[in-house]
Design a protein around this ligand. Structure first.
Ligand code: GLA
Length: 738
C-alpha cells in the first residue's frame, strides 16, 4: 500500500520517490510532518511531531498549553484561533462570527481517483496505481464538514489535493476563502520561481529568494492571465535544470487564483494555492457542498528538468483527454496572419491548396467568417456564416479542404459579444454589466454572462450545429478580453461574490457539453495568445495558442518559460511571416521553424505569396517534422541552456524518445559575436552505453561521451540571407546505431 495510516494517526503518503506525512494531534488539528524525498515507513515519526512551548503566543486549549497554533505546521489552517498566518479557509457562520474549529473525525483510503463533477480534474483510468485518502474534519457548533482529499500518483511522483465543504447545519453559512492546498515547510531557504508576462510576452521566468513576510502571484482577471501563471516552483538556491531539490505546484483552474508564500516569525514557509480569496465568496445553503479546484504538487531532488518531465507525464496520463494525449497533433496552417479579416472563398481555397502541396495537414479558418464581421467592432455572438465574404457558406471551403484529405478547423470566441450584433439586438441582457452603470469595453467587445444557463444553451446549440453540419475537426476557442463589472443578473445579492468562479464553471460546462457531444473534435484554447494557458483549459482543450507573438527570438523565451510547467504538445507553435508582426524582427525561415518544431507545429502566413525558395524550405521542414513528430510532441523535454540566466543570448533544448534511440537537440543564439570561445553542446537523457551518430555523420559517439564531454558546435559565420549570423538556430539529431 502506498498510503498507510499508522498508530497515533500518522498518515504516510508514498510515491516512488517522495513521502508526504501528517498526523492528527490529540487536540484534533491536523499537523504536517514532512514533504520531500522518500523516507522509510518503519519510523514512528514522533520526533517530527515534537512540540516546544514558546513565549508570547496562544495555546490550542487550557489542557494542552504546549500545543500552539502558531507553531503547528498545519494541513489546512483556519484564522482567528491563534494562527495569525495566511489561512487556507475562512467561514462566516450564521451568527456572523468567523471562527471555525475543525477537528479530525476519520480517514478513509480507496484505490483510484474519480473525476470531480462540474470541474476539470485528474483521473486514474489506466490503473496506474493511484490511491486516494480522504480526511473528514468537523466544526461541531455549526456541523460544517470539511473533507481533505489527497491522491497519490506514485509513478509520476505527484500528489493531488483538494477540499470539499458541506453544510450539515440548520442555517446557511458563507465561505470567504477556500484554497486548494497548503504546505507548511519548516524553513524558507528556497527560491520562489514564477512565470510573469504580458500580452505577447508570456511566462518569463522570475526567480527570487524567499524573504520574511508575504509574497506570491495572483490573478483577478477571471482568467489565469498573461500576467502571471498558476504554476510555480520552490527550489533550493543551487537547484537548476539538472540537479537540486524543487517542489512544483499547479492548479487545475482557469479563473482568479492566488499562489501565496507566507514566511513567518519562525522562518517557516507556508505555501498556499487556490481560488483567489479576493472577489470570491460562496453562500453555502444547508445540505449543500462546495468543492475546490484540484492542486497538483510534485517534488524531486533531481532538478527542474526532472520536475517538468514528471509533471508532464502526469498531465498526459491523468489530466488531458486520453484520446488526444496519444494522437499526434496535425501540422496546421492558420489564415489569421495571412489575411486577417480580408478573405473570400477563393483566397481560402488557394491557401488550403498550396498548404496541401507542401504537406500541411489541417487548414484553420480564423476570425471574421461570421455575422458581418470585417474588423473587431462587430458580430461576436452571431455564429452564422458571413454571406458577404462566403456567399456559398462554409461548406464549399470545408469540402475543398476535406477533398484535399486535410482537416478543417474553425475559430470561435464563444464567451464574447459585440454591441453591433444580432445577438445584442435580441438579448442585451445577456451581456455582463451592472444595471444603471456603464460597461467597460475591451477590443470593442463585451462579455456574455456565462453563469446564465440560457446563454450556454444558445452557444451550445449554435456551435454544435456548425460542428455537425459542416464536419469540423478542430476548434480554436478564443477569449480576447478580461472580465469587468462582475455581476450576475441571475444571482442573488448574497451570491454576487460567487460570480467569477461561476463564470469559469459556466465556461467548463460549455466545454464539457461540446467535447462530450463531439469527442473527435480537437479543441485548442486561446486567450489573445497565452492568456489562459492553464490546466483547467488543458483538461478540455489539450493544446493552447502559446502566444500571439510568433517572432522566433521572443518565442525562445516564451516557450522555454512555458516548458517548466506544461508539456511540449500543449504549446501551439507556428512559423509566421517576416518582418514579424509583433516586433518587426527579421529572422530566417530556418530559425523560425527550429523554434516552432518544439511544440504543435504549424504555419501562420500567406503561403500564396511565398517565393519558391521559401516554399521549398517549408516542404523540407514539414517532412522533417513529420519524420520526428513523435519525439517532438511526446518525447522527454530537456532545457539544456537557460536563456533567462547568463547573458540571455543562448538557449538550448532537447527531446528524447522512450527507448533513448533518438534525441534532437537545438541550440539558439540570438546575437553573434566575433571570435567566440570554443563551444560544446551537452546532451541529456541518452543511454550512456549506446553508440550514436549526430546529424548523419560517420563518427560514432557513446551516450556518456555526448552527455559528459559534449558535442562540438561550429562557430557561426555570416552566411548570407538564408542563414544570417544573428538569430541563429542549429539542430543536432542523435540516432542510436544498431
Ligand atoms: C486573438 C488570437 C489570434 C487571432 C485573433 C483573431 O488575438 O490570439 O490568434 O485568432 O484573436 O481576432
Amino acid at each position: 500500500m502506498s498510503i498507510t495510516i499508522k498508530d497515533h494517526n500518522v498518515f504516510h503518503l508514498q510515491t516512488d520517490h517522495c513521502s508526504y506525512l501528517f498526523t492528527a494531534l490529540p487536540t484534533g488539528q491536523l499537523a504536517q510532518l514532512y514533504y520531500g524525498a522518500k523516507v522509510n515507513q518503519n519510523n514512528t515519526f514522533q520526533n517530527l511531531a515534537t512540540r516546544e512551548w514558546h513565549d508570547s503566543t496562544t495555546s490550542v486549549d487550557f489542557d494542552h498549553p504546549d500545543y500552539q497554533k502558531e507553531l503547528i505546521k498545519a494541513e489546512y489552517s483556519d484564522f482567528g484561533t491563534g494562527d495569525f498566518r495566511e489561512p487556507a479557509f475562512q467561514i462566516t457562520n450564521p451568527d456572523g462570527s468567523r471562527i471555525t474549529n475543525l477537528n479530525f473525525v476519520n480517514a478513509k483510503v480507496v484505490d483510484g481517483k474519480s473525476r470531480l463533477a462540474h470541474l476539470p480534474s485528474t483521473f486514474d483510468e489506466n490503473a496506474d496505481d493511484a490511491q486516494t485518502l480522504s480526511i473528514t474534519m468537523e466544526d461541531k457548533p455549526t456541523s460544517l464538514k470539511v473533507e481533505l482529499f489527497y491522491t497519490i500518483f506514485p509513478h509520476q511522483d505527484v500528489i493531488v489535493r483538494s477540499a470539499r465543504f458541506t453544510n450539515n447545519g440548520d442555517d446557511a453559512i458563507d465561505i470567504n476563502r477556500a484554497l486548494s492546498a497548503q504546505i507548511d515547510l519548516p524553513d524558507h531557504d528556497y527560491d520562489l520561481i514564477t512565470f510573469a508576462g504580458s500580452w505577447a510576452r508570456e511566462r518569463h521566468l522570475v526567480r527570487r529568494h524567499l524573504f520574511p513576510g508575504l509574497q506570491g502571484v495572483e490573478s483577478l482577471r477571471t482568467a489565469s492571465s498573461h500576467q502571471e501563471n498558476p504554476f510555480f516552483m520552490l527550489a533550493r538556491p543551487h537547484t537548476d535544470n539538472d540537479q537540486g531539490a524543487v517542489y512544483g505546484f499547479n492548479l487545475v483552474y482557469s479563473g482568479n487564483f492566488s499562489d501565496i508564500v507566507d514566511v513567518d516569525q519562525f522562518g517557516t514557509a507556508r505555501v498556499l494555492t487556490g481560488i483567489n480569496p479576493q472577489e470570491f465568496g460562496w453562500h453555502l445553503k444547508t445540505g449543500s457542498s462546495f468543492q475546490t479546484p484540484e492542486a497538483i504538487m510534485s517534488f524531486t531532488t533531481n532538478g527542474m528538468n526532472q520536475l517538468s518531465q514528471q509533471m508532464s507525464a502526469f498531465y498526459q496520463q491523468h489530466l488531458v483527454n486520453q484520446r488526444f494525449s496519444r494522437e499526434l497533433r496535425p501540422i496546421l496552417i492558420n489564415n489569421w496572419e495571412a489575411t486577417y479579416f480580408d478573405f473570400d472563398q477563393e483566397k481560402l481555397m488557394k491557401i488550403a491548396h498550396n498548404a496541401h502541396e507542401v504537406g500541411i495537414e489541417m487548414f484553420v479558418l480564423d476570425d471574421g467568417w461570421f455575422g458581418h464581421r470585417d474588423d473587431d467592432t462587430s458580430s461576436l455572438g452571431d455564429w452564422f456564416v458571413n454571406e458577404k465574404k462566403l456567399p456559398n457558406g462554409l461548406q464549399p471551403v470545408v469540402d475543398h479542404v476535406h477533398g484535399l484529405k486535410m482537416k478543417f478547423g474553425l475559430w470561435f470566441e464563444p464567451e464574447m459579444i459585440n454591441k453591433d450584433s444580432q445577438l445584442y439586438q435580441d438579448h442585451p441582457e445577456w451581456m455582463i454589466h451592472v444595471p444603471g452603470r456603464p460597461a467597460t469595453p475591451g477590443r470593442n467587445q463585451y462579455v456574455l454572462d456565462m453563469t446564465d444557463p440560457d446563454v450556454r444553451d444558445y452557444l451550445f446549440t449554435k456551435i454544435n450545429q456548425i460542428i455537425k453540419e459542416t464536419g469540423l475537426d478542430y476548434i480554436k476557442w478564443d477569449m480576447n478580453r478580461n472580465i469587468t463589472e462582475m455581476y450576475g443578473a441571475q444571482l442573488t445579492k448574497q451570491q454576487q461574490l460567487e460570480f467569477s468562479h461561476r463564470y469559469i464553471l459556466g465556461v467548463y460546462d460549455l466545454y464539457d457539453r461540446l467535447t462530450t457531444a463531439n469527442p473527435h473534435v480537437l479543441f485548442e484554447s486561446c486567450a489573445s495568445g497565452g492568456g489562459r494557458f492553464d490546466l483547467g483549459m488543458m483538461y478540455y482543450a489539450p493544446q493552447a495558442w502559446t502566444s500571439d507573438d510568433t517572432d522566433a527570438v521572443e518565442r525562445i523565451f516564451i516557450q522555454d518559460g512555458t516548458s517548466y510547467g506544461y508539456s511540449p504538445n500543449m504549446m501551439g507553435a507556428h512559423v509566421s511571416a517576416v518582418p514579424n508582426g509583433q516586433v518587426g524582427r527579421l529572422t530566417s525561415i530556418d530559425t523560425r521553424a527550429k523554434v516552432a518544431f518544439f511544440g504543435d507545429f504549424g504555419y501562420e502566413l500567406d503561403i500564396t505569396k511565398l517565393p519558391a525558395d521559401e516554399l521549398a524550405a517549408m516542404k523540407k521542414q514539414i517532412a522533417f517534422y513529420k519524420k520526428y513528430r513523435p519525439v517532438f510532441q511526446q518525447g522527454k523535454f530537456y532545457r539544456l541552456v537557460d536563456p533567462f540566466s547568463g547573458d540571455h543570448n543562448v538557449a538550448a533544448w532537447e527531446v528524447v524518445n522512450n527507448d533513448q534511440s533518438l534525441a534532437i537537440a537545438s541550440r539558439y543564439q540570438i546575437l553573434n559575436h566575433p571570435n567566440p570561445s570554443y563551444l560544446r553542446l551537452y546532451f541529456r537523457g541518452l543511454d550512456p552505453k549506446k553508440a550514436y551518430t549526430v546529424n548523419g555523420g560517420s563518427e560514432r559517439f557513446s551516450g556518456d561521451l555526448l552527455m559528459n564531454a559534449g558535442y562540438f558546435v561550429p562557430r557561426i559565420l555570416p552566411a548570407g540571407k538564408e542563414a544570417p549570423a544573428d538569430f541563429h538556430a542549429d539542430l543536432f539529431v542523435a540516432k542510436a546505431v544498431k
